[in-house]
Write a protein that binds this ligand. Structure first.
Ligand SMILES: Nc1ncnc2c1ncn2[C@@H]1O[C@H](COP(=O)(O)OP(=O)(O)O)[C@@H](O)[C@H]1O
Ligand SMILES: [Mg+2]
Length: 280
């Protein structure tokens, strides 16, 4: 970045679906790590009090004490001040701890309580930060609302284990509300089919419904069932470190990262080898 060039706001992507166990955390971790590996300087904000996204990463707490997303909200810090550098180059993390649980109630009387996270991101003024990925909790409380209001884009993981339309209608109502009342962009960047197993009838049923309803907005490559997604966090490794390049989980999320880069027009960034030169 050249000196004096305007400070651009990072692109904010929330990973959301109020249903639990659909692959939000796995997607937020893999997407943020993949973007960082592709050279996009990214911060992952863990907004689930269970802290499962944070669990994958190794970092060192700064001398003045640990960082957390609860402190980010409670003190309305600039994002960069609440983030730690992770073991993945170009990836920062705002970790979650149990303080986040119950924060909704404490913030109930805070000024402009729905936009706290938007202000933290706007105040960050870190010209180097290009993307923010937010992992959200499985309910639409005030913290999740903050994430959706701050979001330019929303990535929606949809599990192929049960019929999703009822839950998606609720999410869409919330997104409409967030746009109308709060002027947020909160545009669905794409739906990601997760827990995908083509041998299961429910998988083809869910895929059919989603592709008919949302067309191109459904990412072409689903995240197939891969037990390595369950194992990698306990090894403190993202899927890009834990699995070989040809591994199912890794290649599915590599495809997601490439497609997100394409949809966001972040040209020049690629996960793997540079694309072949085009002729004509
Ligand atoms: N594609 C997948 N194949 C197999 N297991 C997965 C896959 N994606 C996620 N999981 C596992 O399923 C569980 C729920 O996923 P998670 O990402 O935590 O969902 P959420 O954040 O929506 O609750 C976790 O144990 C995770 O490791
Ligand atoms: Mg989760």
């Amino acid at each position: 970045m050249t000196p004096g060039s305007p400070i651009r706001k990072p692109i904010v992507i929330a990973v959301a679906n109020q249903k639990g166990g659909v692959g939000k955390t796995t997607t937020a971790v893999s997407l943020s790590a993949g973007l960082a590996i592709a050279g996009v300087r990214t911060a992952l904000v863990d907004l689930d009090g269970q802290g499962s996204a944070s669990a994958t990463f190794r970092w060192t707490d700064p001398p003045d004490g640990p960082r957390s997303s609860a402190t980010l909200f409670a003190r309305e810090l600039p994002l960069a001040q609440a983030a730690v550098a992770t073991h993945v180059a170009d990836l920062w993390l705002v970790p979650a701890d149990e303080q986040l649980v119950g924060l909704d109630a404490k913030l109930a009387s805070a000024f402009g309580r729905e936009r706290i996270l938007s202000r933290c991101i706007a105040a960050s003024r870190d010209p180097e930060l290009e993307a923010v990925v937010i992992d959200t909790a499985p309910y639409l409380g005030l913290i999740t609302l903050n994430a959706l209001i701050a979001a330019d884009y929303v990535v929606v993981p949809v599990s192929c284990e049960y019929l999703p339309m009822l839950g998606l209608r609720l999410l869409h109502r919330t997104l409409d509300d967030v746009r109308r009342r709060w002027g947020a962009r909160a545009e669905v960047l794409g739906y990601l089919l997760t827990m995908y197993d083509r041998r299961e009838a429910i998988t083809t049923e869910v895929e059919g419904i989603l592709r008919r309803t949302f067309g191109e907005l459904v990412f072409a490559q689903p995240a197939r069932v891969d037990t390595r997604h369950k194992a990698s966090p306990s090894h403190k490794q993202t899927i890009f470190e834990f699995e070989s390049e040809s591994g199912r989980g890794r290649s599915d999320y590599a495809a997601l990262v490439e497609e997100v880069l394409r949809r966001l027009r972040l040209r020049g960034h690629h996960l793997g080898a540079p694309p072949p030169p085009s002729f004509g």
